[in-house]
Design a protein around this ligand. Structure first.
Ligand code: BGC
Length: 789
């Protein structure tokens, strides 16, 4: 049936009900027209589903920056297909991803969640992601439209940016994914040039819907709709979450009083129904392009663990290597760092998912045959303790006493935000208790902590060890969840004995929605900080090779706040220098989602960047260090030596605004203009073989490059095509090639029309002569040719 016929069958209150969430993650069903509940989920490294807990596990892929570091659209498309499979498994119709804001500044708190500093690379990777997911019958919502490139005061900040910059840089990736056919899109929290994005008619109705012809659904970021008329008229179609909020009855009144035309409501409803039709949530119409219902059988299931491992290795970026890698003749390997034992596999915030296993570097490298791995923590940079890892049961207790439900968890982390487990009646809920059965491996003073806001009672074997109320810090309501305060205490425990720990916390609500979020943290008894470093140095000195895993921490990289420094937290720089002094074969593995300063980079044998590598981190690391796989990554962002060198660092609003005064000059274009040299250029990354670039030819915008693998093993190279005119140089195309030793390959790259266009109150193609460079990275051209357009 035509969508308009369905809309005609709905009365105004029903139509309006469809435009606000029925809860945290879904729109209400309308059985009379065959519309199912439409379920949404974050995104982007996995599909979390409707619960924020380990009770509902998901495959965790590497972070989006790692995905972009592969420069491989086919691989990204396969990752998208896996995400669609995961979404269908969990009954999710809409994946709230990908994040296609730009790496404007290395300080951006969600840098790890965005692809790149370059609009073209972001657009290509974003389009492949969108196509991969949607080919599996699941919608995407590229986000956050637009200029949400930092976190400070994100709900209110006004980004001041001129039209040319907006068009040529920040809107570009959005235009690309819309033209690739995205079925949804998410508006941002921030304002652009004085108008908050959920009300920005010029950009949402004007540019997105009218000019680009977007026929999909515009969903708000969570709680971003703050007005009735302005947001309804401004182009946002659905206000999430709900059922409370500024639409509902107020929007109905606005329509009845003629302040919002009913046709505007109908257009929004049409977009919801169109998306429902596309994802199989609307009564089996013949128009549905994707066969099978959302919860139907999955054709040819993709092996999620194998793909997570493959993508991780392909994104690993080798920055320096004096020949120590791949490892040869290694019998003893010192593996150093707290992140070696507990890998940081993802960044914090709404991107969090809960894999049902994580392969740490320690586990991954220990599986290498013939290598004895010796682990030393060296130093632990985390500010908060890690969740106690042991069998845990979450008990939902009724207000008047009695047990409502129990759910097993893999770690002592309580997270029910906006949605309680289906078998828990929120009206009757009084408290949530975590009960952990823990058997320590070490005797002594164990450090415990509670991180969260509100009242907590902690018992060990029935005895109360903490009874306290933790007050929130700062004014950001999301901080209680994303960056909660922590209270620590110590308990003597004996190795091998079993302890019953419990934390009881009154159930909370925030804006009328369930809000249960706290962690029982734990750390084993440990020697002093100096002794830990000394021990690591001893182990390194005694081993054939040392691998130090250095990482950022959840307090450093997360949604909700920006970074203040690029320094590795804690004493990690000191640890690396001490280990490198003790063993010349020291490899540093940088486990961070975005740039960190590496003052020791010249003092170590190799630096390998693993980003946030996803759940199969350790297996992929073993593959790459041993040479079973080549590190496939190339930097999708320029890596500064120090924060002081970085060209754009301004992320703090002044009088409520951040001005993008640098215009289009972000990333490598800013570095090139400033004349400064970064630690590593955009596009840099080493493999395990060498290449000669043999010849280049071009006909119009079609470029052909021949190159030969001059090394002695199979390898992969990312051929990058830059377009130069005057002093300006921009990425305009790329391709991944593979070849065996001695083999020559030819690649043909098609440069898009947009590469030759500039914005001057409309797109204008700039005719004339251009130099095309075939490069290993932006500042390393190997061949060039002049073309006339
Ligand atoms: C984030 C979005 C996310 C949403 C739902 C917001 O705070 O900015 O990216 O999709 O929450 O979790």
């Amino acid at each position: 049936m035509e969508l308009d016929e369905l809309i005609a069958r709905l009365d105004l209150p029903t139509k309006i009900r469809l435009l606000t969430g029925a809860g945290m993650w879904s729109l209400p069903p309308i059985p009379e027209i065959g519309l199912d509940r439409l379920v949404m989920s974050d995104g982007p490294i996995g599909v979390r589903g409707e619960q924020w807990t380990s009770a509902d596990p998901s495959i965790a892929l590497p972070s989006p920056t790692a995905l972009a570091a592969t420069w491989d659209v086919e691989l990204v498309r396969r990752a998208g297909a896996l995400l669609a499979q995961e979404a269908r498994r969990k009954g999710v119709h809409v994946l709230l991803a990908p994040t296609i804001n730009l790496h404007r500044s290395p300080l951006g708190g969600r840098h790890f969640e965005c692809f790149s500093e370059d609009p073209y690379l972001t657009g290509e990777i974003g389009a492949a992601y969108v196509e991969g997911v949607q080919e599996g019958g699941v919608a995407t919502t590229p986000k956050h439209f637009v200029a949400n490139d930092f976190e400070t005061d994100r709900f209110t900040v006004d980004v001041r940016v001129d039209e040319k910059t907006l068009r040529e840089v920040y809107l570009r990736p959005f235009e690309r994914v819309v033209r690739a056919g995205a079925w949804g899109l998410m508006t941002a929290y921030n304002a652009v040039n004085g108008t908050t994005m959920t009300e920005h008619s010029a950009l949402v109705n004007g540019v997105l819907k009218d000019e680009w012809g977007f026929d999909g659904l515009v969903v708000s970021d969570w709680t971003a709709v703050r007005s009735t008329e302005a947001a309804a008229l401004g182009g946002t179609d659905v206000a999430m979450p709900g059922p409370f909020g500024p639409w509902g009855d107020k929007l109905e009144a606005a329509v009845r009083e003629g302040r919002v035309p009913e046709s505007v409501v109908d257009d929004k409803v049409r977009r919801v129904l169109r998306l429902a039709q596309r994802t199989g949530a609307l009564g089996g119409g013949e128009d549905r392009p994707v066969p099978g219902p959302i919860d139907g059988p999955i054709d040819g299931p993709i092996d999620g663990l194998a793909l997570a491992r493959e993508v991780a290795a392909r994104g690993f970026t080798l920055l320096t290597n004096d020949g120590v890698l791949p490892l040869r003749d290694v019998r003893t390997l010192a593996l150093i760092g707290s992140a070696a034992g507990e890998a940081r596999v993802m960044g914090g915030g709404s991107a969090q998912v809960f894999p049902d296993r994580i392969v740490s570097p320690l586990a991954g490298l220990s599986a290498l045959e013939g290598v004895e791995v010796r682990h030393a923590v060296g130093t632990d940079p985390r500010i908060r303790l890690a969740p106690l890892a042991c069998p845990v049961v979450a008990q939902f207790l009724a207000a008047g006493g009695g047990l409502l439900a129990e759910h097993p968890l893999a770690a002592a982390e309580a997270r029910w935000v906006g949605q309680l487990p289906p078998d828990v009646d929120g009206e009757r809920l009084g408290a949530v208790r975590l009960r952990a059965a823990y058997t320590p491996g070490t005797s002594g003073r164990h450090e415990l902590s509670v991180a969260g806001v509100g009242a907590f009672t902690v018992t060990v074997n029935g005895e109360t060890v903490l009874d306290a109320t933790i007050e929130p810090e700062g004014g950001d309501p999301a901080a209680a969840f994303l960056s909660p305060p922590e209270r620590r205490f110590a308990v003597e425990m004996a190795a091998g004995e079993s302890y019953e720990l419990s934390v009881t916390h009154p159930a909370g609500a925030f804006g009328g929605m369930a809000f249960v979020a706290y962690t029982l943290g734990h750390a084993d008894p440990a020697p002093g900080a100096d002794e830990l470093i000394a021990e690591a140095v001893r182990v390194a000195a005694d081993s054939d090779v040392a691998v130090v895993v250095a990482s950022t921490t959840p307090e450093v990289e997360s949604e909700g706040f920006d970074r203040e420094t690029l320094a590795l937290p804690g004493r990690q720089d000191e640890l690396i220098r001490a280990v490198a002094a003790a063993n010349p074969r020291t490899v540093v593995v940088v486990n961070a989602g975005s740039p960190v300063e590496m003052p020791w980079a010249d003092e170590v044998a190799a630096v390998l960047l693993t980003w946030f590598p996803g759940q199969e981190a350790g297996s992929a690391l073993a593959d790459v260090l041993s040479g079973r796989a080549e590190p496939g990554g190339r930097l999708p962002t320029t890596w500064p030596a120090t924060l002081a060198d970085a060209p754009v660092t301004d992320v703090t609003p002044v009088d409520g605004a951040v001005a993008y005064d640098e215009g289009a000059f972000i990333g490598y274009r800013a570095w090139e203009r400033s004349g400064r040299v970064p630690a590593f250029w955009f596009g840099h990354g080493l493999g395990y073989t060498t290449w000669s670039y043999d010849s280049i030819a071009a006909e119009g915008a079609t470029v052909t490059v021949a190159l030969t693998n001059t090394g002695d093993r199979f390898g992969r190279e990312v051929v990058q095509i830059y377009l130069c005119r005057g002093a300006d140089r921009r990425l305009a195309g790329f391709d991944v090639v593979e070849a065996g030793p001695g083999e020559t390959v030819i690649t043909t790259v098609f440069l898009p029309d947009s590469a030759f266009q500039v914005w001057e109150d409309g797109w204008r193609t700039v005719e004339g002569e251009y130099t095309l460079q075939a490069s290993h990275h932006v500042a390393d051209p190997r061949l060039s040719i002049t073309v006339k357009i």
